[in-house]
Design a protein around this ligand. Sequence first.
Ligand code: GUN
Length: 288
Amino acid sequence: MQILDGKALSIKIKNQIKEEVSRKKDSGASIPHLCAILVGNDPASETYVRNKIKSCEEIGFKSSLFRYESSISEAELLHQIDVINNDPDIHGLLVQLPLPKHIDVSKVVEKIDYRKDVDGFHPMNIGRMAKNLPCALPATPYGILKILEEYNIETKGKNCVVVGRSQIVGSPISILMSRPAYPGNATVTVCHSHTIDLASYTRKADIIIAAVGIPQLIKADMVKEGAVIIDVGMNRIDDASKKSGFRLVGDVDFNEVKDKCSYITPVPGGVGPMTIACLLLNTLQATN
Ligand code: GUN
């Protein structure tokens, strides 16, 4: 079994971006500026946003964080997005999800100028992705493609089972893995909460992409010998031995599956760091 080291790859990509930013500075070109909006104080969202801002600082991007109480009205949030859309000094804008229940996520995502949508969630970007046209790809699926590419993993003609159909990961990665390109050209099956006998699908998979948010759902007896495992899960489970009181586990039972598969992304250190690296790539692209 070989570990797919997303952490190392993310550092390599961030160093490449850092060099590009330094060239931009020397030539007097615009420095990429990412703006994040965080509503409320969900602890996981706080961590994600903090890491995104920290990464911007590391590579020389400008960054701004706009924080709002969870009581902000939908109209006010939409107005703030409009202000940022019209600010020529800001190249990329993300609104951290989830949002409070009284705010319509679709309205928020559609309000973002699709040229600044570095999350790749806007229907314009999703539509262009489905049509295989240049666009900002959703950052986590983009990160998965980069990992497959880095390790030269064959995808053509393979059975790829995606577990989960979220707008952020499952749905877009299923489109990307079946597109006529590398990585892609796979035969993709999307499994979800209504799938009957999940194991009968995962056992036939050459590639499993688990993005369902259920801790350690995928066990060894659900995996074919030699399969490639991409674990997108980032689940907090109680662990009294940790100072924080929790630890992160994936959607795959790593200890059970590691000896059966050919490649596997660890949690943490697999897909997670690649999401940020690809968000930064999208921001760089939005600046050019
Ligand atoms: N919440 C969980 N993942 C993401 C992401 O990739 N982008 C945003 N904006 N929110 C998220």
